[in-house]
Structure formats: C-alpha cells, structure tokens
Design a binder for this molecule. Structure first.
Ligand SMILES: O=c1[nH]c(=O)c2[nH]c(=O)[nH]c2[nH]1
Length: 295
C-alpha cells in the first residue's frame, strides 16, 4: 500500500525451554533452567511486503541456536546467555539490525541434606523468579535489564496508613498497625557492565528489597505506606549496586481484611483475617540517577 509505512518489525521464537546441566568437576553438578525468547529485526521488510523469505532466519533456527549456544557457550547467568545470543545473531548475519532476548530462570536451589549441600539434587524454591532482557542494535552496545517477579512477602505489623485525603467516598479508617502483603515486581537497567557480577547484583537487589520491607529481625522497620517502602528499597538498591542506573518496582497492596466476629460474641484483635485476591491496590515508581550523579 502506498500510503502506509512500517513503524516496527520484529519476529522470533517465544518460550524456548532449556535445562542446562553444568558438570563442575568431581561429583558436583549445577543446573540452570531457562525460558528464552528471541526476536530479530532485519534490514528489509521484503518478507512482509512481497512474501520474499530469502532474508528470514527461521524462528525454528532461532530456537535451535538457543540450544546450540547453550552447548558451545554454556549457561552461566541469564544475562550472559542473552549477551551471547545477541552477539551470535549480529555477528553471523549482517542484515540483522537488532536482537532482543528475554530470559526467565526457574528458581532451582541446591538441596541441603542433613545440613550439607547436595552434589546434584535440587528443589524448586519459588521465592522469586529471575528474568532479564538483553537488547543490542548493530553498532550499539548491549542494553541489559534484569529483574525479579512473583516475590510474595508479608509482614504482620510495623505498617500503618494514615493522613490520606478524606472525602465523601472515603470509608477506609486510618490505621497505626496493619498487615502488609505484596508481590514484588522489579526491573532495573545496568548503565554499565564494567565490573559487574550479574549473580551478585541480582542477589543484592533481592536481599535489599527484603531488608527494606522487613527491617531487623527482632524489631522490624516501620512502613508509612507501600509507596514509601517501595521508594526506600529502590534508593537503597541504587546505593548498593553502582552499575544500576535506573530501577522500577511494582507492588500491589494485597488486602487481608479483619473478619467481623462480633455477631458471634467474639472479639477479633486482628487475629482472624480474610485474604482477598481482588481488588488490590497497585503502587509503582521508576527512579533513575540524575545525569550529574557519578557512578
Ligand atoms: O500504602 C498504601 N498506599 C495507598 O495508596 C493506599 N490506598 C489504600 O486504600 N490503602 C493504601 N495503602
């Protein structure tokens, strides 16, 4: 059609599942289970325009490439595997202008038996799901985002919510003490890959969120709102990981309502609550270092 133009084209393979076993010498083995999505943009759109497939690297080939690179490059971290895939497609095909790779890692953890790390047995511990997005344009440096999702956490005190607007539709009472439950999603951008240990950075981000949420073991830490806790965690992560330039977090406020037992002559001092799956509040903020800030 004469009066239309492409805004974007890309194509690839979604959800390539891969279990990679690393044999570490001796009897020690390690696993990485990944779901990998690849996406390529090509110089021409003749496939879309004319049905000319001569430039297409088939999505089936992209899937096979994921498996082949797992063998030839190994799988150390999801981020490094994404970088390896970007490099492969850009260096193998001059008509590929941009590669995007999304990787999600299954949370396998080495089993402990009698307090001792097992050499080759693992248990799925869905504390949180690790993921990353790696994107590289031809002549560009790779852009790496990493993140965690599905991290469900709860604290039973040290959370309040007061001082908000009261209008004619407000029924929520001000509270000094409430349950705080959320499911954390966070994604951050690495401004530089220099001196970066992807595993250490991810673990620092995760433990920082937990520490900011929970506080010290016996006393906890006070939360004035989901907003404040979310922002404090983001700032602390930027403080602890200098390579992170930008971070976003989304935290639903998952409600647990106190059940009214007065009709049974029972008082309920927030001991019996009813978890509510919908609706939930939803709080989000993305922050970045100001451009004057030095890494
Ligand atoms: O931490 C909170 N932030 C809100 O914006 C909000 N709104 C609400 O009803 N409860 C809460 N809690």
């Amino acid at each position: 059609m004469a009066d239309v133009e492409f805004v974007n084209t890309e194509y690839g393979k979604n959800w390539v599942r891969l279990l990679h076993i690393r044999r570490l010498g001796g009897k020690q083995q390690d696993v990485r289970e990944l779901e990998v999505c690849t996406s390529l943009t090509l110089t021409s759109q003749k496939d879309y325009l004319h049905g000319d497939n001569s430039d297409i690297i088939a999505t089936d080939t992209q899937k096979n490439t994921v498996y082949a690179l797992a063998k030839t490059k190994g799988v150390t971290t999801p981020e490094q595997f994404g970088l390896d895939l970007c490099h492969h497609f850009l260096s193998s095909f001059s008509h590929v202008t941009r590669v995007k790779v999304a990787v999600t890692m299954a949370p396998w953890r080495r089993m402990k038996i009698g307090g001792q790390d097992h050499a080759h047995a693992f248990i799925m511990t869905p504390d949180a799901v690790r993921f990353c997005n790696v994107e590289q344009a031809r002549k560009g440096t790779p852009v790496v985002h990493a993140g965690l999702k599905d991290m469900k956490i709860l604290k039973t005190t040290q959370s309040a919510f007061k001082g908000f607007i009261r209008d004619r539709y407000t029924s929520l009472p001000e509270v000094d003490d409430r349950c705080f439950e959320t499911v954390v999603y966070s994604r951050w951008r690495y401004g530089t890959l220099k001196g970066l240990d992807f595993d250490a950075a991810w673990n620092t981000a995760k433990s920082t969120i937990l520490e900011e949420f929970a506080g010290p073991p016996s006393t906890g830490v006070f939360s004035a709102s989901v907003q404040k806790t979310l922002y404090d965690a983001e700032c602390e992560i930027l403080g602890r990981v200098p390579q992170i330039s930008e971070i976003e977090m989304t935290m639903p406020n998952v409600h647990n309502f106190t059940v009214d037992l007065s009709k049974f002559g029972l008082d309920n001092k927030d001991e019996v609550l009813m978890p509510v799956d919908k609706p939930s509040g939803i709080i989000h903020a993305a922050i970045r270092r100001k451009t004057t800030a030095k890494l």
